[in-house]
Design a protein around this ligand. Structure first.
Ligand SMILES: CC(C)(COP(=O)([O-])OP(=O)([O-])OC[C@H]1O[C@@H](n2cnc3c(N)ncnc32)[C@H](O)[C@@H]1OP(=O)([O-])[O-])[C@@H](O)C(=O)NCCC(=O)NCCSC(=O)C[C@@](C)(O)CC(=O)[O-]
Ligand SMILES: NC(=O)C1=CN([C@@H]2O[C@H](COP(=O)(O)OP(=O)(O)OC[C@H]3O[C@@H](n4cnc5c(N)ncnc54)[C@H](OP(=O)(O)O)[C@@H]3O)[C@@H](O)[C@H]2O)C=CC1
Length: 431
């Protein structure tokens, strides 16, 4: 029988062999989530939990790897109740010449053809002299919802928050919660007795959701001293808006708002992309602008920004659920130089990335950040690495847009996916 042994830093250590502890987990005597603390060994805890799971379900987890992973690195940071990890292939697209520097972009995906396509776009951009990016805004958001007895009272708090002097004192409270989070402003939305306060702040090299939430909590505690009748309903009232499509993000931005552009020479459009400028311009209007309008899109005026955003997010340890708003993008294509060349741009108002926090410290993800030269906190100035990562995401999206749109314009899409996305032999099918 598993027994509780001597205490180690206040935590009772379980004694007993693995078999005894597995049985104790199955019977409910030991909660599965407590294994790490009670064993003081996170690898062993994962293995015991996995065995208990296999026996409880009668399912075999043989295909799910458990070895060669640092379970301490996720403890209290990235994942609870681990029983193994999922492997994903990481491909590399590039080099892409962006703002005068060459990048090789890591992409974690199981969609065959995606990396090849992005790679082709990178080639077209680089051979045309490169892309240029501009960060337009940088602010992470959190919007709590509070309730008052009357709508008039809710409006009073709105007006209070809109007074510059009050915002200054609130910023002092907010900024105390972090060395890097700095309050920029508060945008209020009101619905009857309910007030939604969208706090916007810079977050250095972190994506910032924990930081901004911590600062907002402090401000709510402070406000309650003056607004005794304010009832906090939730620290998140969905006006933030995190991990859901929303017009407020599309219009106001969230995280980094980036525009990235390039002029692709007509001969490169023909040679590398196998199409022509006029066809791309026409397709962009008909598909990405009109087609998306007919579909009633929210931020989806593009071909497949989410493909690239998600693959880069997973490779670099970002929160993959934030691909929702991070993929908001409008792709523009216009003929320039008397119709000879193509000006292409992607405008992405909500790229939510960090180079510290979340999964960025994990060995594989940190290696991918290092490949891009943006691992960890920036030594030049806080936030420089995260901003650079956001521009790289936008650059890679620009490449992806160029290549997929070209494949669609030339009728190449299905054929290319049959070749790279459906091989059953583990080798690339001939045709
Ligand atoms: C597959 C290609 C690139 C072939 O394109 P191609 O022009 O026939 O290829 P190529 O052999 O002439 O090579 C041109 C360049 O492409 C790259 N390239 C070429 N092959 C590879 C490869 N194996 N691995 C890496 N890079 C590759 C490479 O840069 C190469 O230059 P090189 O280095 O030879 O001088 C093209 O047909 C293509 O881009 N197809 C589009 C595929 C795509 O974008 N899929 C994305 C997913 S679609 C989806 O999920 C979303 C969707 C479609 O539903 C959204 C919507 O509704 O629109
Ligand atoms: N709480 C929530 O509501 C949500 C949380 N998440 C999760 O939040 C996590 C990300 O939160 P996030 O706040 O980004 O990260 P962390 O919670 O890891 O906070 C960042 C930490 O890094 C420190 N830091 C050191 N150097 C820097 C630097 N140069 N720039 C910025 N920070 C630095 C910060 O210091 P300091 O302590 O001084 O601030 C802080 O302690 C992810 O796991 C994500 O999945 C996602 C959505 C919602």
């Amino acid at each position: 029988m598993a027994e509780v042994g001597p205490e180690c830093i206040g935590i009772p250590i379980l004694s007993g062999c693995d078999e005894e502890i597995v049985k104790a987990v199955i019977s409910g005597e030991i909660p599965s989530y407590a294994l790490e603390k009670q064993l003081g060994n996170s690898r062993r805890a994962a293995s015991i939990r996995r065995e208990a799971l296999q026996r409880t379900t009668g399912r075999n987890l043989e295909g799910l790897p458990i070895d060669n992973f640092d379970y301490d690195s996720i403890l209290g940071r990235c994942c609870e109740l681990p029983v193994g990890y999922v492997q994903l292939p990481v491909g590399v697209a590039g080099p892409i010449l962006l703002d005068g520097l060459e990048y090789y972009v890591p992409m974690a995906t199981t969609e065959g053809c995606l990396v090849a396509s992005t790679n082709r776009g990178c080639k077209a951009i680089t051979e045309s002299g490169g892309a240029i990016s501009t960060v337009l805004r940088d602010g992470m958001t959190r919007a709590p919802v509070v309730r008052f007895e009357t709508a008039a009272r809710a409006a009073q708090l709105k007006f209070f928050l809109e007074e510059p002097a009050n915002l200054e004192s609130i910023a002092l409270i907010f900024n105390r919660s972090s060395r890097y989070a700095r309050l920029q402003g508060i945008k209020c939305g009101l619905a009857g007795r309910y007030l939604y306060m969208r706090f916007v702040c810079s977050t250095g090299d972190a994506m910032g959701m924990n930081m901004v939430s911590k600062g907002v909590q402090n401000v709510l505690d402070f406000l309650q001293d003056d607004f005794l009748d304010m009832e906090v309903i939730s620290i998140s009232g969905n006006y933030c808006t995190d991990k859901k499509p929303a017009a407020v993000n599309w219009i106001e931005g969230r995280g980094k708002s980036v525009v990235c552009e390039a002029t692709i020479k007509g001969e490169i459009v023909k040679k590398v992309l196998k199409t022509d400028v006029a066809s791309l311009v026409e397709l962009n209007v008909v598909k990405n602008l009109v087609g998306s309008a007919v579909a009633g899109t929210m931020g989806g005026f593009n071909a497949h920004a989410s493909n690239i955003v998600t693959a880069v997010f997973i490779a670099t340890g970002q929160d993959p659920a934030q691909n929702v708003e991070s993929s908001h993008c409008i792709t523009m294509m216009e003929a320039v130089s008397c119709g000879q060349d193509l000006h292409v741009s992607v405008t992405m108002p909500c790229i939510e990335v960090g180079t510290v926090g979340g999964g960025t410290h994990l060995a594989a993800q940190a290696a991918c950040l290092d490949l891009l030269g943006v691992k960890g906190a920036s030594v030049e100035s806080p936030g420089a690495n995260a901003s650079r990562l956001a521009t790289i995401v936008a650059g890679a999206v620009l490449a992806g847009e160029l290549s997929l749109m070209s494949a669609l314009a030339s009728g190449q899409l299905v054929m290319s996916h049959m070749k790279y996305n459906r091989s059953t032999k583990g080798i690339i099918a001939k045709d």
